[in-house]
Design a protein. Structure first.
Length: 133
């Protein structure tokens, strides 16, 4: 008796649809992924021009030290109270410029909080002074 030997077929994985599947997965993740772009500070900076003299009574200095202490003028002030104080100063003098000055080592979150408080007070003139060396 003769026994027919079956030929063994190679086991292969069909690859014809892999490209389609990869493309569909790529499209799925591109569509469903939420990409946030960093907006940064929303400040409108003036064009570079000539320096202008500003009267001292039109400037309010805000100093922030490395420990997070904020001084508005000569008085220490809590960050949460800056908006109220700034609104009062704007009512008294609508030409006032708030000059924010820091030192090296100032915490960034305190700096941003101060700028946010000035924005909440609708301060239109904010000067960001260079940190002292």
């Amino acid at each position: 008796m003769l026994v027919n030997k079956r030929k063994k077929r190679k086991a292969d994985i069909p690859t014809a649809s892999q490209a389609d599947l990869a493309f569909l997965l790529l499209i799925f993740f591109l569509v469903t992924t939420n990409i946030d772009s960093d907006k940064g500070l929303q400040l409108v900076l003036p064009e570079k021009g000539q320096e202008t003299k500003v009267r001292a009574q039109n400037i309010s200095n805000i100093l922030i030290n490395a420990g997070g202490l904020v001084m508005m003028g000569e008085q220490p002030i809590e960050v949460r109270l800056i908006a109220e104080k700034a609104r009062q100063m704007i009512r008294e003098n609508d030409n006032i410029i708030f000059s924010v000055k820091t030192v090296r080592g100032t915490r960034y979150d305190v700096y941003i909080d101060v700028l946010d408080q000035l924005k909440m007070a609708n301060a239109k003139r904010i000067s960001i002074a260079e940190p002292e060396q």
